[in-house]
Ligand binder design. Structure first.
Ligand code: CTP
Length: 398
C-alpha cells in the first residue's frame, strides 16, 4: 500500500524510540522509502546504526556531516517527503514545534516541510495531561498537524495512564488510511471471484476449465490500488496474490466457491464475479479411482448453484453486482438478457471470436453493458487496462 512512498521519520528522545525500529520495518515491508531523522537526545534510547540498518539509508541528525562538513539539507529532506511522521514525539519537541523553534535538524526540517505531518506523542501521563502540552497539541492540530493520540497503559515511570506511544501497527494503519483517503475506492469493500473451479469425478480426476484467473487477479490488484478493501475468492490457480493487503480465500469446487461467496457478500459494496464456475458437477464422486472396465463411461452431472444469480436475488440496492459473460453468438443480445435475468448492475462481455481475448491471454477485449443498457465497446487491451476500464465504469455507477 505504501509502494514507492517517501516517508520521513523523525525520532525524538523518549523511551518509545525503541518501537520506532519496528515501525521502520513495517513501512519498509509496505514498500515505502524511509529516511530517518534523529534528535541528538534520541540516540540515548536507540542507536542510529539500528535505524539506518533497518531503513537502509544513513540516518541524519546534525545540520552537517561531522566528517565531510557537507550540509544535510533540511529543505531538501522536506521536499523529498510525501509525509513526515515524528514517532515518538516528546513533550519537549511538541512544545518546540508549536512555537516554531528549530534548534536541531529534525525541527528545522519540520518548519520547512510542506508535506502532511503526523506526530505520535509519547510521554508520562502528567506531562500529557498538562495544560501546556494540551495547548501545544491544540495549536499543532489547528495548523493541520495530524495527531496520532497516545494510548492508555503502563508507562516507563511505572505509572499507568495515557501517554504510551501508539503501537507501530496502528500507526502504519493510520498512514495507509491517509494515503488511501484520496483514492476513488477508499472505504469500499470489494468481493471478487476468480479462476476456474474443479469438480471432482473420483480421487484423481476432475472436470475443470481453461480459466487462468488472470482477469480476476488484475481486478483485485486494481481495486487495492484504488484504495478498496479486497476479498478474493480464488479457484485453483498458480497465480500469487497481487498484494499482501488482499484477503484471499482459496476454493476448489463450485460448491465451495458458492459457500464462500454466501459467507462474504453481505459486507461487500461491490461484488464482481469473474470466476469461470462449472455449470455442472458429478452427481456422485467415486470413492475410489474409476477403472477402465467398460467401453463407455457415463457420468451423471447435476447443475451447480448459479452463484451470480443467487446474489442478484438477495443483494441490497446499495450493492453493485457485476457479472461476466462469455458468448459465441448473438453476443450483445445474450449479454443484455443475462444482465436483466441475473439482476446485475454491469455485465462484462467477452467474445471468444476476438483474437487475443479470453482465458489464457494477458490481453482481453470486452464490451461493458450497464443496467441502463448503455453499451461500451473497448479495444483489445492488457488485462490490467481492462481492469481499470471496468473499475472506472463501476465508479461512474456508484
Ligand atoms: N457464474 C456463477 N455461477 C455459476 C456459473 C456462472 O456465478 N454456477 C457466473 C460467472 O462468474 C460469470 C457469469 O455467471 O460472472 C456468467 O457465466 P456464463 O457461464 O457466461 O453464464 P451462464 O449463466 O452460465 O449462461 P450460459 O452458460 O448459458 O451462457
Amino acid at each position: 500500500m505504501l509502494s514507492g512512498k517517501n516517508i520521513l521519520l523523525g525520532v525524538t528522545g523518549g523511551i518509545a524510540a525503541y518501537k520506532t525500529a519496528n515501525l521502520i520495518r513495517l513501512f519498509k515491508k509496505s514498500g515505502a522509502n524511509v529516511q530517518v531523522l534523529m534528535t541528538p537526545h534520541s540516540k540515548q534510547f536507540i542507536t542510529p546504526l539500528t535505524l539506518s540498518t533497518l531503513s537502509e539509508k544513513p540516518v541524519y541528525s546534525d545540520f552537517s556531516d561531522v566528517n565531510t562538513g557537507e550540509w544535510n539539507s533540511h529543505v531538501g529532506l522536506g521536499a523529498w517527503a510525501a509525509i513526515f511522521i515524528i514517532a515518538p514525539a516528546t513533550a519537549n519537541s511538541i512544545a518546540k514545534m508549536a512555537n516554531g523553534l528549530c534548534d536541531n535538524l529534525l525541527l528545522a526540517t519540520y518548519l520547512s516541510a510542506k508535506c502532511p505531518v503526523f506526530i505520535a506523542p509519547a510521554m508520562d501521563l502528567d506531562m500529557y495531561r498538562h495544560a501546556t502540552t494540551k495547548e501545544n497539541l491544540k495549536k499543532l492540530l489547528k495548523i493541520g498537524v495530524h495527531i496520532i493520540d497516545a494510548q492508555v497503559g503502563e508507562l516507563a515511570s511505572g505509572l499507568v495512564g495515557k501517554g504510551r506511544m501508539e503501537e507501530p501497527e496502528a500507526i502504519l494503519a493510520v498512514i495507509i488510511d491517509y494515503f488511501k483517503s484520496g483514492l476513488p475506492l477508499a472505504g469500499k469493500k470489494v468481493l471478487i471471484t476468480a479462476g476456474p473451479t474443479y469438480e471432482q469425478i473420483d480421487p484423481v480426476r476432475f472436470i475443470g476449465n481453461n480459466s487462468s484467473g488472470k482477469m480476476g487477479f488484475e481486478l483485485a490488484r486494481k481495486a487495492i490500488e484504488m484504495g478498496a478493501n479486497v476479498t478474493l475468492i480464488a479457484g485453483p490457480t498458480k497465480l500469487t496474490s497481487p498484494s499482501n493487503s488482499i484477503q484471499r480465500i482459496d476454493v476448489k469446487s463450485a460448491a465451495e466457491m458458492n459457500q464462500e461467496v454466501q459467507n462474504n457478500y453481505k459486507k461487500a459494496d461491490i461484488i464482481i464475479m469473474a470466476a469461470a464456475v462449472a455449470d455442472y458437477t458429478p452427481l456422485v464422486v467415486a470413492r475410489n479411482k474409476l477403472k477402465k472396465t467398460e467401453k463407455e463411461l457415463q457420468i451423471q452431472l447435476i447443475a451447480t448453484q448459479d452463484i451470480l444469480s443467487s446474489i442478484g436475488q438477495v443483494k441490497s440496492n446499495k450493492q453493485l453486482l457485476i457479472g461476466f459473460a462469455l458468448e459465441t453468438s448473438n453476443e450483445i443480445k445474450n449479454a443484455k438478457e443475462k444482465l436483466s435475468r441475473k439482476n446485475l448492475d454491469l455485465i462484462v462481455l467477452n467474445s471468444l471470436n476476438d483474437k487475443g481475448a479470453g482465458f489464457e491471454y494477458d490481453t482481453n477485449k470486452v464490451t461493458l453493458i450497464d443496467k441502463n443498457n448503455k453499451v461500451e465497446k473497448c479495444e483489445l487491451k492488457s488485462k490490467s487496462e481492462v481492469a481499470s476500464d471496468i473499475f472506472n465504469k463501476i465508479i461512474s455507477l456508484l
